[in-house]
Design a protein around this ligand. Structure first.
Ligand SMILES: [Zn+2]
Ligand SMILES: [Zn+2]
Length: 344
């Protein structure tokens, strides 16, 4: 049986923290459940997952649908698309069985690339490697989540650049159904036609992007601000996520709190060095959450070293980042200050 390798290359940058990451994890489960109900997909489809943030890595090696177990997705700071593409191409080179005179190899692999931001690494060499050696022997579908991605850059990889703007769980489920149906349809079509990927009818919220050049936007145009802190009690890291304010109720407060989310220590492994050096003033932020780990009153206190930690109010503290002792004298802090912010 010739296999149809399907790769998911998933952006797990920190802007995905919270519901987008949970949706993506349950989306992978939904895809597997759906493929298992189709006898043809069950026989031919093989799945693999590559994740990328500041680093890129294979997190689920190519395996048949029955044996595939949706991986827990990591999170990190940065969007290393160039690394992700190189990782993908190395995997294709290694995994996919080539057709020879003696033997018919695998079907042309299909790649679903999902990203929500602009690359933070150099993509030029990976893109030319793709164009020169892979654009003919694999098929890539690029899907941007929201409107912050560089669609003209993605357009260099594929004619299939789609933008998903769905806002709720229902639309996300329909989007995931579309992915499953496209995989199933392709697994049926390969026998008849070794040509292109068969994309299912697009649901609401998913549109084909015409490749118009975008002007690069500055930091202030970004839709999400994510800050990194550590719990003073447990020392575990957390992310505080803000979304750009949709209405202008908050005079000069441009970002509204979504929440604080505990993350694993491997957040730092998946983060690129130097991607957490941007600054944003607290005067731009609306809302300060409690600590997601210990419930301390605020997750938004700052040590003299410039890092965020949680605290229950004024008093002595030991910084979980630099280990120095200090004292918070004013509850909540009375003046605005700058904090170091990550880059998704
Ligand atoms: Zn805490
Ligand atoms: Zn410190």
């Amino acid at each position: 049986m010739r296999r149809l390798p399907v790769y998911f290359v998933l952006d797990v940058s920190e802007s995905m923290v919270g519901s987008p990451l949970r949706q993506l994890e349950s989306g992978m489960e939904q895809i597997v459940r759906s493929l298992r109900t189709d006898p043809h997909a069950l026989e031919t489809v093989y799945l693999s997952v590559i994740a990328f943030a500041g680093k890129a890595d294979l997190i689920a090696p190519l395996i048949d649908v029955v044996s595939f177990y949706p991986p827990r997705l990591p999170l990190g700071s940065g969007t290393a698309l160039g690394h992700a593409l190189d990782c993908l191409m190395d995997c294709i080179d290694r995994d996919v069985i080539k057709t020879t005179n003696e033997k018919r190899g695998d079907w042309k692999p299909v790649v679903f690339l999902l990203t929500d931001g602009k690359p933070t690494d150099d993509t030029a060499s990976a893109i030319s490697r793709w164009q020169n050696s892979f654009s003919e022997k694999a098929q890539l579908v690029a899907i941007t989540l929201g409107d912050q991605s560089d669609t003209s850059l993605l357009g260099k990889l594929t004619e299939h650049v789609l933008q998903f703007d769905g806002s709720d769980n229902k639309q996300f489920k329909e989007f995931i159904d579309w992915v499953s149906n496209s995989v199933t349809a392709t697994s049926h079509a390969v026998e008849a036609n070794t040509g292109s990927v068969s994309l299912a009818k697009k649901p609401a919220g998913l549109t084909l992007v015409k490749n118009v050049p975008q002007h690069s936007s500055s930091v202030i145009d970004e839709s999400v601000v994510v800050l990194t802190g550590r719990c003073q009690k447990s020392e575990r890291p957390y992310l505080i996520k803000y979304n750009r304010s949709k209405d202008n109720h908050f005079a000069n407060r441009q970002f509204e709190l979504e929440g604080a989310f505990g993350v694993e220590e491997n957040y730092f492994v998946w983060s690129a060095e130097g991607t957490t050096d941007q600054q944003i003033g607290t005067e731009n932020l609306e809302g300060f959450p409690p600590c997601p780990h210990c419930g301390n009153h605020t997750a938004f206190a700052m040590c003299g070293c410039g890092k965020l930690l949680c605290t229950n109010g004024p008093g002595l503290f030991q910084c979980p980042w630099c280990r120095k002792n200090g004292e918070f004298s004013v509850e909540g802090g009375s003046s605005d200050f700058d904090v170091t912010r990550g880059r998704g």
